[in-house]
Design a protein around this ligand. Structure first.
Ligand code: ADP
Length: 327
């Protein structure tokens, strides 16, 4: 069992304003990037309103270019917003930049690590940059929590991709922030490491950390997040608990494999939302609330189809996502 590095949620709550029950609050957050090379200015965030509850694992989901990194980078103090407000752990990023910044740790997408530092030195240096006094630095503890003790004194360039990823998580945690943001944490990560990372993130969450992860992998958001916001073209188009988001699409899909492959959808099935699949099977989209599946099967039999096999599919986040982003 790996030791868990605890986020410091208490100190900041104590100093916190009473209204700040959210880990992150954004109001009408806007970002316009200046025009580059004769192009038009880029309206990357178009008035984002978002509440990220404390203690959640929150997914920021959206296609490439949606504005996820811009949002994260504004919170991290790396990109200057054009207008709007944001509070991190109750601290306004304009009025209280230092406190808001120490309340969040961001694990970046890229795996760039200075090759001439050892993991130990890198973390120690980083803690110093955050003003963590020497006596309060937990460098060895963090390295152990992330399984990097054996590499504490190795050159960073000798670390594997998985170790680098973990070192970047460690780096985001040196100041024990109550909020940990992972920007596309599993892009280019193999399945085994992905599982490890997910497990570790869940454990951190059960110990009190609020986790925000950006992803364009629906599977990752569905597996990890208890709440998901979908961002598209710089706007939030949905923000709900994951099960509620999934329930938005109540349609199911029935796939019938006939004894003889179909050459077309039988005329008798006109009026159903049916299509012939490439292999001659029949797929019917239906809503179980108003069309009982047995009735469907009856109609298919009546149309003269001999059924060899039947399967049904639930909608998943991908369906919700496609439906929402298509609008
Ligand atoms: P995501 O993280 O969801 O992929 P980004 O926040 O990186 O999206 O980008 C949002 C939009 O802003 C994109 O159209 C992107 O091209 C543009 N953009 C991002 N960074 C800059 C920049 N520094 N200058 C100009 N445009 C940018």
């Amino acid at each position: 069992m790996i030791p868990i590095f605890m986020p410091n949620t208490k100190a900041s709550i104590a100093e916190n304003t009473p209204e700040g029950q959210n880990a992150i609050e954004a109001r009408n957050l806007t970002k316009i990037y200046n025009a580059q090379g004769g192009g038009a200015p880029k309206h990357a965030l178009k008035g984002i309103d978002l509440d990220i509850p404390r203690g959640s694992i929150f997914g920021l989901l959206g296609p490439n270019g949606a504005g996820k990194s811009t949002f994260i980078n504004i919170l991290a103090g790396l990109v200057k917003k054009t207008s709007g407000t944001a509070r991190i752990w109750g601290f306004d990023i304009d009025k209280n930049p230092r406190k808001s910044r120490v309340s969040i740790g961001v694990v970046p997408q890229e795996l760039n690590i200075d090759p001439f530092f050892t993991p130990y030195d890198l973390l120690d240096l980083h803690a110093g940059m955050y003003g963590v006094p020497k006596a309060e630095r937990r460098t060895a503890e963090i390295l152990e929590a992330l399984g990097l003790t054996g590499k504490a004194q190795a050159y960073a360039r000798t670390l594997s991709g998985g170790m680098r990823r973990r070192l970047l998580v460690a780096k985001a945690m040196v100041h024990s922030p109550p909020i940990l943001v992972l920007d596309e944490p599993t892009a280019g990560v193999d399945v085994e490491l992905r599982q490890q990372l997910w497990d570790y993130v869940r454990t951190l969450n059960t110990h009190g950390a609020t986790i925000v992860l950006t992803t364009h992998y629906l599977e990752e958001a569905q597996a990890m997040c208890d709440r998901i916001a979908i961002i598209n073209h710089g706007a939030v188009i949905a923000c709900e608990p994951t099960p509620q988001l999934l329930a938005r699409i109540s349609d199911k899909r029935l796939v019938i494999r006939p004894a003889q492959p179909l050459s077309a959808v039988p005329a008798a099935l006109a009026g159903l939302n049916a299509e012939r699949l490439r292999d001659g099977a029949l797929a019917v989209q239906y809503n179980p609330a108003d069309t009982p599946v047995m009735m469907l099967i009856g109609r298919i039999r009546d149309a003269g189809i001999e059924i060899a096999d039947i399967s049904t599919e639930e909608s998943d986040l991908e369906d919700v996502f496609l439906q929402l982003t298509a609008k």
